[in-house]
Design a protein. Structure first.
Length: 278
């Protein structure tokens, strides 16, 4: 289960990198009126509330995470009047945005252990990503991946007990994952990284050649839709794409930008907690 969690973390990196390019690319697929992807993305960044999501694997609850989008303030030279008040949740001047995955956990029934994970992504005011960090830990093993748009680099930090290794790669190197793993086999204990987290000979590693085709230009389909909640239907946006040319990912977003439901490959589903109460 841990190796699958690690694969999901790495996949999340590629997915997030592509989500950052939601501005204009999408294919006409499915039903419902098309919606400009940039409009939905702007709503997600400005969502008024966090999204608490329960994680289900084959309809069995295996974890939880909190998705939080925030607008950051910038310093201004204009003094604010003592009588001037802002509505709750509003900022004086937006200096950028951030999306955090907080309190992430996956419970592993086979060994009764828990994997914890977090993510942070920052954006400029025009919705361009700046920095991305994802952390995955199951004692005594931990993995941290940090990406910088300015430097066009990705840094991977791996720790297993007292042993720690860090490597930095360029975006150009990431376009050839198979070669990247070969280069990493020397300085990084690849047996730990793949055998301990991913597992040697797993289908995930067999899919590495397909990763070469997974560029930052993954296309998303953005449409209006309805999501069934109990006996009622909720108006929402539906975002869809495919990973590795075959694995479909579907995200349902409320009209104000809250994450309602995420459907991932291998029957992995993230469901908004409030919807479960309806």
């Amino acid at each position: 289960m841990l190796r699958r969690a690690a694969f999901l973390a790495i996949t999340a990196f590629f997915v997030t990198m592509n989500v950052l390019l939601w501005r204009s690319e999408f294919r006409a697929q499915g039903e419902g009126a098309p919606v400009p992807l940039a409009n939905v993305w702007a709503k997600i960044l400005r969502a008024p509330d966090d999204s608490d999501l329960e994680i289900f694997y084959q309809r069995r609850k295996v974890g939880h995470l909190r998705w939080a989008a925030n607008a950051g303030e910038t310093a201004t030279t204009n003094a604010v009047s003592a009588n001037e008040e802002l509505q709750e949740g509003m900022v004086r001047k937006v200096g950028g945005y951030s999306i955090d995955i907080q309190d992430g956990r996956l419970d592993l029934p086979e060994n009764k252990r828990r994997v914890r994970f977090t993510m942070n992504t920052t954006f400029t005011t025009n919705h361009q990503w700046q920095n991305f960090t994802v952390q995955l830990a199951q004692r005594p093993t931990s993995l941290e991946l940090t990406a910088s748009a300015t430097n066009e680099t990705v840094t991977v930090g791996f720790r297993d007990g007292d042993e720690a290794v860090n490597r930095t790669f360029t975006f150009a190197q990431l376009r050839d994952p198979a070669k990247l793993l070969q280069e990493a086999a020397g300085p990084i204990p690849l047996g730990l990284l793949t055998g301990g987290l991913l597992g040697a000979g797993t289908p995930e590693l067999a899919a590495l050649p397909a990763l070469q085709k997974l560029s930052l230009g993954v296309q998303w389909d953005s449409r209006q839709d309805w999501l069934k909640v109990g006996s009622a239907k909720l108006r929402c946006y539906r975002l869809q794409t495919r990973l590795l040319e075959k694995h479909q990912v579907t995200v349902y977003v409320s009209r104000v930008g809250e994450i309602l439901r995420v459907e991932l490959p291998n029957d992995l589903v993230l469901q908004n907690t409030r919807m479960l109460l309806l």
